[in-house]
Design a protein around this ligand. Structure first.
Ligand SMILES: NC(=O)c1ccc[n+]([C@@H]2O[C@H](COP(=O)([O-])OP(=O)(O)OC[C@H]3O[C@@H](n4cnc5c(N)ncnc54)[C@H](OP(=O)(O)O)[C@@H]3O)[C@@H](O)[C@H]2O)c1
Length: 320
């Protein structure tokens, strides 16, 4: 597995990460029977950049990582653990809004350290911008946590250009984690140039279009009744069929290159120097996703894909 440097502060991560969210939340059946094998496959493949958040579960996803890392005897030092704070849910999973107040950040950080059973969080992201707390205050608190050794690097998620600039002027921001994939290219125009200018890395979440770009979800009935994607506009009754047409291009290139659509979707991101964190609950898919590293897409390949998947033909917003 290749590595990538995120930001200019020295954080080196595996070029493909592992999104752990679906193991506890959002995507229906959690497949607890496959969790250990998936983590072990990640270690075997050198996929050591693992992504979680306080609100996944809530809390149970961090707890799962902490427990299984210990139980499987995985060397904590071999991992880069990234987690997030600031999106509040109660124990039943209901949304309570955003809270990035200094007191809450400290409380969240202590909780995450405990659940992850670690002394330090490698990369700590604000999960969503809190309109009630100036970003300078948020980064001020995070800077104190860096100084105290509780977190190593600071990240933001889904932040806009102005917030990124203001945050970075208080303390270097190492990475922005935002949705980026063949069907979510909103970052191209303003955000990516800003990240390049400031030397901030991009961690691409939902790089497989929440599974849609792999072609493995052919209809809404392929999703479990409690799968959050059934409420996502791009998976709606109205938009599903037209979006499926766009996947034809990914499949066609996969056939031509003798690989899988998931590998094309990930290689498109890697070829731009960004770090995708595909989520999976299955060791076979973990290996398949890691092997996307063997694929080199040329600028011509990327142009072809981008022309075949015009962003104005993607039906439905990213979130309701
Ligand atoms: N910062 C944020 O606000 C935010 C938001 C969403 C997600 N995230 C992070 O990003 C990570 C990844 O995003 P995501 O899970 O939403 O979406 P994703 O990685 O685009 O897609 C995950 C879906 O694709 C399926 N899948 C994975 N590999 C596959 C393959 N090779 N072939 C066919 N299907 C495959 C998975 O199913 P199986 O699990 O059954 O394999 C799952 O349903 C999350 O786990 C989370 O850590 C962050």
């Amino acid at each position: 597995m290749d590595t990538r440097i995120l930001g200019r502060q020295g954080l080196e991560v595996s070029a493909i990460g592992l999104g752990c969210m679906g193991m506890s939340d959002f995507y229906g059946h959690k497949r607890p029977e496959d969790v250990d094998a998936t983590f072990l496959a990640a270690i075997e493949q050198g996929v050591t950049f693992w992504d979680t958040a306080e609100m996944y579960g809530p809390y149970t996803n961090e707890q799962l990582l902490g427990d299984r890392i210990k139980a499987l005897g995985i060397d904590r030092k071999a991992l880069t653990l990234a987690t997030k704070f600031g999106v509040m849910r109660n124990n039943d999973g209901d949304w309570l809004g955003f809270d990035s107040s200094p007191e809450q950040i400290r409380k969240s950080c202590e909780g995450s350290l405990k659940r992850l059973q670690t002394d330090t969080i490698d990369l700590y992201y604000q999960h969503r911008v809190d309109p009630d707390v100036p970003i300078e205050d948020v980064v001020g608190t995070l800077t104190e946590l860096v100084q105290e050794g509780k977190i190593r690097y600071i990240g933001l998620s889904e932040a806009g250009e102005d917030i990124i600039r203001r945050a970075h002027s208080v303390h270097p921001i190492t990475a922005l984690q935002s949705e980026y994939s063949l069907w979510s290219r909103d970052l191209d125009e303003h955000i990516i140039p800003t990240l390049n200018e400031l030397g901030i890395g991009l961690v691409a979440y939902s790089p497989l279009g929440r599974g849609f770009l792999t072609g493995s979800i052919q209809s809404r009935s392929d999703l479990a009744k409690d799968d959050w994607r059934l409420t996502n506009p791009r998976f709606s009754e109205e938009n599903f069929a037209s979006n499926l047409v766009l996947v034809t291009a990914v499949k066609a290139m996969a056939e031509q290159k003798q690989c899988t659509p998931a590998q094309i979707a990930l290689a498109w991101i890697s070829s731009k120097g960004f770090v995708p964190i595909p989520g999976t609950r299955k060791p076979t898919r973990l290996r398949e996703n890691a092997e996307s590293q063997l694929l080199q897409l040329t600028p011509e390949d990327n142009d072809w894909l981008e022309q075949k998947i015009p962003t104005d033909q993607v039906k439905g917003e990213r979130y309701a």
